[in-house]
Design a protein around this ligand. Structure first.
Ligand SMILES: *Cc1c(COP(=O)(O)O)cnc(C)c1O
Length: 381
């Protein structure tokens, strides 16, 4: 069968400005974390109204930095939602701590606050709340269900999102964003830690640079060339390059337009697909500014014309890419085997794993593309 269109699930949106932005670091020879990263951090902090922003190599390494800076280690427990990208749980294991899963609400794809309190123990050191697909977790309900326990935002999908008027990145002790090409703004790989806690920011700053107490840039530009940093912490190399910083600064300038376009597309889908009883489209609750990193629906197999996987194949044959929203981490081999977990332990996450379906939404789609996707879903239903 020939597909009249070929619509990717997600495509980064980069142009001439990003090309031009690479010139300066390439010509100056300052390639690792330097002035471009500093400018990107400053702009990111301003956009998200947060005092400190620190660029990293990914959201994953950013989350690892935060947990390491909090001193989380063996014997500690960190609560994570069971339906999320695997990295949310992996960073807990990197620290030698134990990930404790909480089920998600299939209506929101986010951690279900009603199930949180039962998972808290005297060993719980933190909760990682994920703003999945760009919709903020219900942070007030999470804080109320687990008073006094620090909440870290996995804001991988949530650049530009807000919750009750407060930006993602300011909703917990610290947050980590992603600039992977699947997210709305990208630096290839990359991440950003945000926090209002100056001491935590300073520790993250040292830990991302091998534990050094003086940055490479300070040393390079400083008046005392004999000065070597102190290394009082076991650090990592999680520094972003200035090439990425330069691209990130340009991308960040486009964030609000990207979100606006995505929100328009989401509104189109919501209306165009409202007549399909078997397809639940994502809702936007009062007070939520959705960042629309992805448009993830839920297939009700009791009323759907065919099972989800067959629907995905049917769409693929018509040039429309789809994906499961993400995975149930407790069903992945490593977690299943190491922690002896079964699919039914977290039925919400299990159902999201089996029945979620992301349909194409990105900044290089035309209105005709969106109409084509909606039309195909109607033909099927
Ligand atoms: C993409 C993603 C990550 C990982 O981000 P990287 O920058 O690739 O490390 C973590 N958590 C969630 C929820 C994600 O969607």
């Amino acid at each position: 069968m020939t597909a009249p269109r070929s619509i990717g699930i997600s495509l980064p949106s980069l142009g001439e400005e990003e090309w031009q932005a690479l010139r300066e670091p390439l010509e100056s020879g300052w390639l690792t974390q330097g002035p471009k990263v500093a400018a990107f951090e400053k702009a990111f902090a301003e956009r998200h109204r947060v005092p400190h922003a620190l660029a990293t190599t990914s959201c994953t390494t950013g989350l690892h930095l935060v947990l390491a800076a909090m001193g989380i280690g063996p014997g500690d427990e960190v609560i994570v939602p069971a339906f999320t990208w695997v990295a949310t749980a992996n960073v807990v294991v990197y620290c030698g701590a134990t990930p404790v899963f909480v089920d998600v609400d299939p209506a929101t794809f986010n951690l279900d606050p009603a199930q949180l309190a039962a998972r808290v123990t005297e060993r719980t050191r933190a909760i990682i709340a994920v703003h999945l697909f760009g919709r903020c977790a219900d942070m007030d309900a999470i804080a109320a269900a687990a008073p006094g326990i620090p909440v870290i935002e996995d804001a991988a999908c949530a650049a530009g999102a807000a919750y009750k008027g407060r930006p993602a990145g300011t909703l917990g002790l610290a947050a980590s964003f992603s600039f992977h090409p699947r997210k709305s703004v990208t630096t290839g790989e990359g991440g950003m830690v945000t926090t209002a806690d100056a001491a935590l920011a300073e520790t993250c700053n040292m830990l991302r640079n091998h534990g050094a107490s003086v940055s490479e840039e300070q040393r390079h530009r400083g008046p005392r060339p004999y000065l070597l940093p102190e290394f009082n912490l076991l650090g990592f190399n999680y520094r972003m390059t200035d090439l990425q910083g330069a691209v990130g600064l340009v991308q960040l300038g486009k964030l609000d337009r990207f979100i606006k376009e995505r929100a328009e597309a989401a509104a189109f889908y919501a209306e165009a697909l409202a007549g399909l009883p078997w397809l639940r489209t994502p809702e936007v609750p009062e007070g939520c500014e959705h960042a629309w990193q992805a448009y993830v629906c839920f297939v009700d197999e009791a009323t759907a014309p065919m099972p989800r996987n067959d629907i995905m194949e049917w769409l693929q044959a018509r040039g429309i890419a789809t994906r499961p929203g993400t995975h149930a981490v407790h069903m992945l081999g490593y977690y299943r085997d190491r922690f002896g977990l079964a699919p039914d332990d977290f039925p919400g996450a299990r159902d999201c794993d089996r029945h979620s379906m992301a349909i194409p939404l990105h900044n290089r789609m035309s209105m005709a593309d969106y109409a084509y996707v909606a039309e195909a879903l109607h033909t099927l239903g």
